[in-house]
Structure formats: structure tokens, C-alpha cells
Design a protein around this ligand. Sequence first.
Ligand SMILES: *[C@@H]1O[C@H](CO)[C@@H](O)[C@H](O)[C@H]1NC(C)=O
Ligand SMILES: *[C@@H]1O[C@H](CO)[C@@H](O)[C@H](O)[C@H]1NC(C)=O
Ligand SMILES: *[C@@H]1O[C@H](CO)[C@@H](O)[C@H](O)[C@H]1NC(C)=O
Ligand SMILES: *[C@@H]1O[C@H](CO)[C@@H](O)[C@H](O)[C@H]1NC(C)=O
Ligand SMILES: *[C@@H]1O[C@H](CO)[C@@H](O)[C@H](O)[C@H]1NC(C)=O
Ligand SMILES: *[C@@H]1O[C@H](CO)[C@@H](O)[C@H](O)[C@H]1NC(C)=O
Ligand SMILES: *[C@@H]1O[C@H](CO)[C@@H](O)[C@H](O)[C@H]1NC(C)=O
Ligand SMILES: *[C@@H]1O[C@H](CO)[C@@H](O)[C@H](O)[C@H]1NC(C)=O
Ligand SMILES: [Cu+2]
Length: 604
Amino acid sequence: MIVFFCIFFIYFFVFIVIFLVLRYVPISNPVILEPFPDIYPRLDIRDFYGNETYRPHFDLLIQSYQAMYDRPHKDVRSFYQVAGIHGLPYEPYDGVTGVHEYNSSGWGKDRWGGYCHHGDSIFITWHRPYMLLFESILVNEANKIALQYNDNEKGKYVEAAKQLRHPYLDWADEKAIEGVPEIFLIPEIEINTPNGRKKVKNPLKSYTLPVDLSHPLEQGHNPWDKPHYIIPTSVPFTPAGYPTIRYPNANYEDQNDILNASLSVYVSTVFRPGLYQMFHLSEYLPFSTIGTDQSEGTSVPPPPSVFFESAHFASIETTHDAFHLVTGGLGGHMSHATTAAFDPIFFFHHVNIDRLFALWQEVFPNSWVSQNIDALGTYTEEMNAAINENTDLTPFRKTKTEFWKSSDIRYIEKLGYTYPQVTMFKGQDPKILQEYLLNLYKPDPYYGLRFFAKLTIEEGKFIGPYPIRVYVNLKNATSQTPITSPHFAGLVAMWHNINHFHAINNICVIETVDITAAMKRLGIQIEIHNYTQEVNNATYLLNSTACFDIENNITIVPVLINGKGISLKDAGVNKVEVISFEHDKVNPNFLAENTGQYYDGKSF
Ligand SMILES: *[C@@H]1O[C@H](CO)[C@@H](O)[C@H](O)[C@H]1NC(C)=O
Ligand SMILES: *[C@@H]1O[C@H](CO)[C@@H](O)[C@H](O)[C@H]1NC(C)=O
Ligand SMILES: *[C@@H]1O[C@H](CO)[C@@H](O)[C@H](O)[C@H]1NC(C)=O
Ligand SMILES: *[C@@H]1O[C@H](CO)[C@@H](O)[C@H](O)[C@H]1NC(C)=O
Ligand SMILES: *[C@@H]1O[C@H](CO)[C@@H](O)[C@H](O)[C@H]1NC(C)=O
Ligand SMILES: *[C@@H]1O[C@H](CO)[C@@H](O)[C@H](O)[C@H]1NC(C)=O
Ligand SMILES: *[C@@H]1O[C@H](CO)[C@@H](O)[C@H](O)[C@H]1NC(C)=O
Ligand SMILES: *[C@@H]1O[C@H](CO)[C@@H](O)[C@H](O)[C@H]1NC(C)=O
Ligand SMILES: [Cu+2]
């Protein structure tokens, strides 16, 4: 008996030791993310798809996506695993675990359960190695597929695979007004494969889940309840065998007409004005993230000379958020941070975000990641952890024992890719690129002043996602008022505040909506005030009658993703202010920094 117990304990002890060793020793063959040996550009999907020059590259892109889809879902190089890094299923990627044990009931409730960063200073840098990981796995597939072509085509395809970089979707291009490019919408596509020309299933339209994603909801709210699917406002449940979707109807089908129509409105009211504002911001934090701690506290407007950065123009993150919302719609995967990465359009969106980041870096080469707090936590990061450029960007391994850090990924050429506009302006005065970009994304119309509504919104007051719409001179605007109304000026997308945010207090999103185009449409007269003469030097307010008062002229309408309205208080809207800037007299593409003027502010 004693002998039996001894043997039992020895076995038990050995088991425990093996268990502990396995946990702390790196797994034997981890995915090491390596830069490409040569630099090639990531191209605009519209040029890429339409251009004969890139036909072989495109053939490879499609087949490589499919190859990632076809890998077993436990394979770290499968689409499922790589997409699963971002949010759900809150499981370790490639053995990278965090400070906590996996707890399926705890993750994603009290803290964020994915690896991705949002609302903090490494939002934009974390997604850089993420895109590179996806792209390098994709190009690896392309290299293998290229070798399968017969000899008279092989050379061409091998070269194309070497040059292949993941294309981007520029959703602020004027062409986006026409809708989402058809390559993301059509169910089938004809390509040249190693076995000749073929019609294949289009992998850029959707990805079909190999296992259940999320958990079943109440009866009626699950895709299998079609044709009477009641679309949930919460994270959708996607059973194995069901595809990702955008604006689903009761039959669980995409509604591309609604997608196109919504995108069209967002391009001119949110995306172009958003990028235009963003390329004015020289400071890293206001540029990069929505997350600002505390509401600004003071109700006294700052003097015109220091107004510019504190206006907190649209950050790249808020404009990014709006694209998620407008592509997913109610019940679509892109609408939720937890599920977004399973829709293939996510990668075209985030490569575009990376491009905008790279362009912004060229314009402001001395600005870089600053210290910040990760209020949400991630799969590996504690909530409220201090983060900076040396924070590990998990789960992206640089070597067997180290992770990539923001400071490693500052220069894209060192990673083996670039973007056409980065190359075009290399070595020139950054002002020239800035002017080019401001001209490219300049919002209409174009005259002396631009007016902005600045919103301060308390994060976590409400479980999103939800847009907060801004209407001009339409006091009775409600959630029913269409965004095609001439009074609709723009919106702030509250995207990433999912249910884990309740723990957070006093974190405010401060964003600025350009209301100039709506004012122009409505024929509102715009006076230019000479701020040096007419501003009261004690209050910084105009001594003349302000041409705007919020009570009468600005209506803020928070709308649930299912179209229902909620009150300003419930939506966390704390404050609205109206400000203006003058266009530069010499170069009207720029807003002149020291011309900021404050009209009115109202707290709710
Ligand atoms: C196709 O791409 C090539 C190489 O980038 C470019 O020179 C050409 O103008 C493009 N053609 C069209 C029709 O866009
Ligand atoms: C998992 O998380 C939940 C919610 O935070 C908690 O109540 C529970 O005790 C946790 N379970 C374990 C095994 O840690
Ligand atoms: C959406 O827009 C794209 C690009 O203009 C177009 O090709 C497609 O046919 C449109 N689809 C629908 C359903 O409107
Ligand atoms: C709102 O006001 C406009 C004019 O200001 C009017 O045309 C419209 O009928 C009103 N709508 C509602 C729902 O009251
Ligand atoms: C504004 O007023 C200042 C000071 O009086 C004056 O120097 C400047 O020329 C004025 N600017 C314009 C555009 O009138
Ligand atoms: C405010 O100060 C500026 C410069 O300091 C001066 O030119 C202007 O006259 C002052 N305005 C008033 C209303 O006192
Ligand atoms: C504003 O103040 C300036 C300087 O004090 C004065 O010249 C001007 O007439 C005032 N404007 C109005 C509309 O009161
Ligand atoms: C603001 O609203 C008031 C009341 O409806 C109106 O008289 C005024 O013209 C509006 N101001 C602007 C700038 O449109
Ligand atoms: Cu995103």
C-alpha cells in the first residue's frame, strides 16, 4: 500500500514538474515574425484588382487567402487562428499566455479578452506587426502556389509572389462614394490558377467559420433562425459553417445596397473630414487615439494661439472606428471588436490604417509613441497597465524569447514594405506631402472658415457600438431623421466600448465633427471675425454676437446600432462646443493654427 502511494506520488510529482516546465519553456516551433528581405509597395486594391500588370499578384492573393482559410483551424498559420488574435475566441495564439489563466466566464466581461489594443497609445503600433504577420503568412502561401504553375507561367508567378504585399482599401478616396469595391461583394471570381482559368469562391467576400464563434443567444437571435433571424445588437453568434456578414437581413444575407448607401454618406461626412483634421495634428496622442483621460475640466476656452491641438480633431482611431461601424451595420462582424477580424475586409481596412499612420509619420517625423495607460487590459496586459514604446506587442514574436515592440516597427522600410505615396514624397519637405494629403482629402466646401462641433463623451456609460450624430439647425432631429438629411453634419462612432468597460470611470472620448458642409448646404452666412481685434482678452470669447449657439443650432442624436434613439445622458455625452478655424490665406489647404475661435459650449 505504502509502495503504491509512493509510486503514485512520484508519478504525480513528475507530472507537475513536466506541467510547470512546459508552461514556462517557449513552445518548440513558434511563429517568428520576420521582415521581408526586399521592399515592395502595398497597393490600392482598386489599382491592384483592375490593372493587368498585377493580374498574377491578384491571382495569388485570392488563392493565398483561400489557402489560409483551408488550413485546419488549430494551425497557427490558418486564417482562423490569425484572425482570432484580435478578439474572440480569447484563446492563446501560438502558446502566448498572459498573467492570468484562461477563464471563459471572466474574459471579456471584466476586461478585454483579445490581444489587440484600442483606446490607448499603442493602438496604431500594435496593428502594424499584426498586419505584417498576416501578410507574411499570406505571401508564404503565395510562394508555394507560384511554384505549382506550369513552366511557361512559373517565372511570372514566382516574381509576383516575391513582390506581393497586402493591398489596402482607401475608404476616404472620392471613389468610395460609389460604394465598397465589387471585389469585396461578389460571391465568385474568375482567376488563373495552376490548373488554368477557373471560377472560384471569392474569399474576400466572407470567411466561413470552422467552429462556433461566441455563444448562442436567445431563440430567434441566431443565424439558424433564418428566415426569421432577429438581428442582435450585441456581439452576434456565428455557428460553425456560417459566413461572416455585413448588414444581415432576416434571412442572414448581406444587404450590399444599404452598405453602399451608408458608406457613401460616411465618405463625405466622416472619412474625408476626419483624415483632413488628422493630418493637421502633430502630437502623437491626439493623432493616434480616442482615449484621453478625464474631461478637460475647464469651461474657459483656451486662447486662440494654443487652441489647435486642444481642439482634439478627429484622431485616426475614431475615423477607423467609423469604418468598422459602417461596414458591419447591425449584426455584422465588422461592427464589434470581438468579431471584426473574421471579415476579410478587416485586413484591407487595417492595412489602410497602417498606410495613414506611415504617411502621418512622414509628415511629422519627430512625433512618436508616448507613455499612456491601457485602461482595458488585453489578453496579456493588466488593466490600467502603463504602456510605452517598449511595451511587448504580444503575441508577435521577434525571436524565440522576445516580442516585437513599437520602437522596433517605427520604420516600415525596415519591415520590407512601403506605400506608393510614401515613396513618391521621400526626401522632400514634409510640408509638401502634408499639403498633398490635405488636398487629397479636403472636405467640401472650401471657403474662409471651417466650423466644428467638439463632443466630449464619457466612455463606458453605454454598451456600444453606437454612433452619435450631429445635426445643424434641426431642433427636432431624432434617431428617425435620416443621415441623408441636409442637416446631418457628421458623427462620432463609439465603437470599441463593449461590455468590459464598466470598470472605467472618467475616461472621455473627445472628437470633433466638421459641420461646415452642412452649414453651406443650409445657406448659413459665415462671418470671419478678426480674433486679434474682437476677442475679449480675459474670456477669449468674441465680443460680437456669436453666430452660433448650441441650444438653437446644434442637435446631438445618439442612435443605437438598431436605429433606436437613446438620451444624451445615457449615451455619455457630457459636453458640446462649437469652434472654428480659418483656412490659411496663402495656402488654403491648411487650417491656420492660431485662428481658433470659440463660439459656445454646453454641458449636459
Ligand atoms: C497599371 O500599373 C502600372 C504599374 O504600376 C501603371 O504604370 C499603369 O498606369 C497602371 N494602369 C492602369 C490602367 O491603372
Ligand atoms: C472566472 O471569472 C469569473 C468572473 O470574473 C469569476 O467569478 C470566477 O471566479 C473565475 N473563475 C476562476 C476559476 O478563476
Ligand atoms: C456597391 O458599389 C460597388 C462599387 O461602386 C458596385 O460595384 C456594386 O455593384 C454596388 N452594389 C450594390 C448592391 O449596390
Ligand atoms: C422638424 O422640423 C422641420 C422644419 O424645421 C419640419 O419640416 C419637420 O416636419 C419637423 N419634423 C418633425 C418630426 O416634427
Ligand atoms: C486683424 O487685426 C489686427 C490687429 O488690429 C490687424 O493687424 C490685422 O491686419 C487684422 N487682420 C485682418 C485679416 O483684417
Ligand atoms: C487683446 O490683445 C491683443 C494683443 O495682445 C490686442 O491687440 C487687442 O487689442 C486686445 N483686445 C482687446 C479687446 O483688448
Ligand atoms: C469688439 O471689440 C473691439 C475692441 O475692443 C471693438 O473695436 C469692436 O467694435 C468690438 N466689436 C463689437 C461687435 O462689439
Ligand atoms: C441658430 O438658430 C436660431 C434660431 O433658430 C436662428 O435664428 C439662427 O439663424 C441660427 N444660427 C445659424 C448660424 O444658423
Ligand atoms: Cu480596427
